[in-house]
Write a protein that binds this ligand. Structure first.
Ligand code: ADP
Length: 500
């Protein structure tokens, strides 16, 4: 029973090839941890324009993948590369890219400034259908197909209804991971027939969703196993508060749902070996962190004042991330001895709001708009604290990175933030950050004030930084939990009738 598994990861984002948020980080890292446990792991994603232009080492894997599609069959080329770092670690993880320029040869992953691409339903129907065709071209069928977020939600549905195509499909275990339930891939009913799925699936106990169709719901209903990215979020999405109208479906499938906390890829996020930061440092020798703070102050045109704490934020600028709480507390935050450095991109009104703040209070608030990976590393290294006042947070990765960089997280107690940051107690010297419960400016202000008080006490702060940097959220532990789940699901599947 302990034979190595063949696991196929399917995702619309895989770092460093394409990433808009945590999904990319997870799928760029978890496969490496699974491969290190001895499994045959492969990853498949679309061949976006950014990948084509990204200077990655690519070879052609297949030139003629025939993908049946209602809007017209496609012949697709498949490129292959390796997850960076996987070969060096002795466990190469191939990544397959499905080329279809009319769908993916565009500047954005999901849309442009004006909004989502209008044909996303067709783009990702193609992706899901093509993945199934690709599996049949591998020398052996995967034991597990592990799908991520709405873009892949149709795959478990196809695998339920398509086994007549190939009997071996019925022994494949499907796992569907929710990285953020808010993004559901809901499309008008006219998109349903384009999937080629049988009409009886378009009903309320199928993938119909209040008169529309939902890719996310397809994944939730038809995957053998469901996971999400923290134990707390697994609980929260089963409630009307954070269930985004899918809590009923999730409650019905509660026994299939597990919360497994994400890890951090410490090969990419470690201050000891981070090429993007001004100087390396470790818990034993923090002198490099001072150099990083100086560099960060300079980047944001602040004076070289090391005594004033710097609070960093790196975020998509969306309601979820709690910028309204910052706005509610702003007047009083500005009276404190603290500076903010904020990197973000997203919703235009938030971008305008932050720009206004940085021009009104240039001595207190520094803002960079856009997606800038190197600057994200520099903020992690150079800031003293990291603020995540999220209204909800499935897992959150930046607080995990912050812990490793000794940049103390100030977080709201929700989802993975609750599961990964332990409130600091100055009396016992235990804990790793500052945690507030209520989604209010008041509660945020109290937590920041508490952090500043500890910052002023050098010995207590040093202890806190040591506690934070010694936390271990490596992927190894989470990967072992996924394997356990895969094996449980496979045990419940029919054995393949012929060797595969
Ligand atoms: P989410 O997936 O909701 O965006 P996570 O905390 O799980 O939030 O992951 C966010 C990831 O995206 C982190 O790696 C973070 O550093 C990165 N990120 C977010 N916004 C930016 C940005 N503007 N520039 C660079 N990296 C960013």
């Amino acid at each position: 029973m302990d034979e190595p598994l063949r696991i196929l990861f399917v995702s619309a984002e895989v770092a460093p090839f394409a990433k808009t948020g945590g999904l990319g980080d997870v799928v760029g890292a978890l496969p490496k941890a699974l491969a290190a446990l001895g499994h045959d792991v492969r990853v498949v994603m679309p061949f976006y324009q950014t990948v084509r232009e990204g200077n990655f080492a690519l070879t052609e894997a297949f030139s003629d993948l025939h993908v049946p599609l209602i809007v017209g069959d496609r012949t697709t080329r498949v490129w292959r590369s390796l997850l960076p770092g996987s070969e060096e670690a002795g466990h190469p993880v191939p990544v397959y890219f499905l080329e279809q320029d009319d769908f993916f040869g565009r500047p954005g992953l999901y849309g442009a400034q004006e909004g989502d691409y209008p044909d996303n339903a067709i783009r990702f129907t193609f992706f899901c259908r093509a993945v199934l065709t690709l599996t049949a071209r591998f020398e052996a069928f995967p034991h597990v197909v592990h799908c991520h977020d709405w873009q892949t939600g149709l795959i478990p549905a196809y695998l339920r209804v398509l086994p007549w195509l190939d009997a071996r499909l019925s022994s494949v275990a499907t796992v569907y991971t929710v990285h953020n339930l808010a993004y559901q891939g809901v499309f008008p009913a006219w998109a349903f027939p384009l999937t080629g799925l049988p009409p009886q699936l378009f009903q309320p106990d199928g993938i119909e969703f209040f008169g529309s169709m939902s890719f996310m719901k397809a994944g939730l209903l038809y995957a053998d196993g469901l996971t999400t990215v923290s134990p707390s979020y697994a609980e929260e999405i089963c409630t009307p508060d954070l269930g985004f109208r899918l809590d009923g479906v999730l409650r019905a499938r509660r026994t299939a749902l597990t919360g497994i906390l994400n890890g951090a890829d410490y090969t990419v996020w470690s201050p000891e070996q981070d090429p993007a930061i001004a100087a390396p440092y470790s818990a034993a020798d923090l002198s490099g962190k001072v150099a990083c703070k100086k560099a960060l102050l300079q980047t944001f045109n602040f004076p070289q004042d090391l005594d004033t704490p710097v609070v960093g934020m790196i975020s998509r600028l969306v309601d979820q991330k709690g910028f309204d709480l910052v706005a509610a507390a702003l007047d009083r935050l500005l009276t404190l001895n603290v500076r903010f450095v904020i990197l973000g991109s997203g919703y235009a009104p938030y971008e305008e709001y932050l720009t206004r703040l940085s021009t009104t209070y240039p001595e207190k608030i520094g803002v960079r708009l856009g997606f800038d990976d190197a600057l994200a590393h520099q903020i992690e290294a150079g800031a003293d604290c990291f603020l995540m006042p999220s209204r909800y947070e499935p897992c959150g990765l930046n607080q995990l990175y912050s812990l490793r960089y000794g940049t103390i997280p100030i977080v709201r107690a929700t989802g993975g933030l609750r599961d990964s940051v332990e409130p600091f107690d100055p009396v016992t010297g235990q804990g790793t950050g500052f945690v507030f419960q209520e989604a209010s400016g008041e509660a945020l202000l109290t937590a920041v004030t508490e952090a500043l008080a500890v910052f002023a006490d050098r010995a207590a702060w040093w202890q806190l930084v040591q506690n934070a940097m010694r936390q271990d959220f490596s992927w190894e532990r989470s990967a072992a939990r996924y394997v356990e789940r895969y094996r449980q699901l496979l045990a419940a599947k029919p054995r393949p009738s012929s060797a595969s």
